[in-house]
Design a protein around this ligand. Structure first.
Ligand code: URA
Length: 260
């Protein structure tokens, strides 16, 4: 192939040869196929630009997804538009395996916003966060400090998750899933404007603080988007480790104190 051919001309010539049935390029020198450099991902070029002569290096797919999520999240001006933007987001594979999209429950006017991990089986069936066994415990925990998701305003509780779709077999969220959906959760917090954020378990801490280690982190106030945020043991963990309810109670009292 002549060096003077531009990228698009070269690509068209190659396409034409493939169409003719060519499936092998014979070179002057043999190729050691056991010692090839790692393949570079190739993306389909955009249709019909005629003046570009050099290939544009594509961004890596993961960076792209996070960037798209961030742009969509930032352009959402209300909880309704955020919800629609998230529901229409096609880049998270979890969406294809889930029965329902789970956005939130409770009233966004609540002073306390809980951020959990991801829907489980019951949440996936009902389209609401924290409605299974862990959710029932969560309701009891917050009722003990006078908060209820069915109440609007000061005594209310607003609940969401890092991921709006159920991971298969309830597996842990992957770091790339948390990174991809994180911009939506952050925007969710900005739009709901709670006085206090509760980070339920390690995955909420990883997604919003970039750190995990809930046993050390719980009970210590953190900052999420300028709001006080309390890391707590996840209620599913408390169901398996009832002795840890003592620490959870201390954290609930700290939240109650903060609301005064
Ligand atoms: N666990 C979570 O973190 N969120 C839910 O919605 C249900 C269980």
């Amino acid at each position: 192939m002549e060096d003077s051919l531009g990228y698009w001309d070269a690509l068209a010539a190659l396409d034409w040869q493939v169409e003719l049935g060519a499936d092998e390029a014979i070179l002057d020198l043999p190729v050691d196929r056991f010692d090839l450099p790692a393949p570079v991902p190739v993306t389909k070029p955009a249709p019909a630009p005629v003046t570009v002569s050099a290939p544009v290096t594509p961004a890596t797919p993961e960076v792209d997804k996070v960037t798209i999520a961030r742009q969509l999240a930032e352009s959402a001006g209300s909880l309704e538009t955020l919800r629609a933007a998230m529901e229409g987001f096609e880049h998270c594979d979890l969406k294809r395996g889930a029965r329902n999209f789970v956005f939130s429950d409770g009233h966004p006017s609540a002073r306390v916003m809980v951020v959990g991990e991801a829907p489980g089986r019951d949440e996936d069936q009902q389209g609401k966060p924290f409605v299974g066994r862990a959710g029932q415990l969560l309701d009891k925990m917050f009722a003990a400090i006078g908060l209820d998701r069915n109440v609007d305003g000061d005594g209310g509780l607003y609940i969401t998750n890092m991921l709006p779709w159920r991971p298969p077999q309830n597996r842990d969220p992957k770091p790339e899933e948390l990174a991809m959906m994180g911009p939506f959760t952050r925007r969710h917090i900005e739009l709901a404007e709670p006085d206090v954020v509760v980070l339920m378990g390690n995955h909420a801490c990883a997604g919003l603080l970039g750190r995990r280690g809930i046993t050390r982190m719980r009970g210590n106030w953190e900052d999420v988007l300028g709001k006080p945020a309390m890391p707590m043991f996840h209620p599913a963990y408390l169901l398996r480790n009832p002795a840890a309810k003592r620490e959870a109670w201390a954290d609930l009292l700290a939240i109650k104190g903060r609301l005064r």
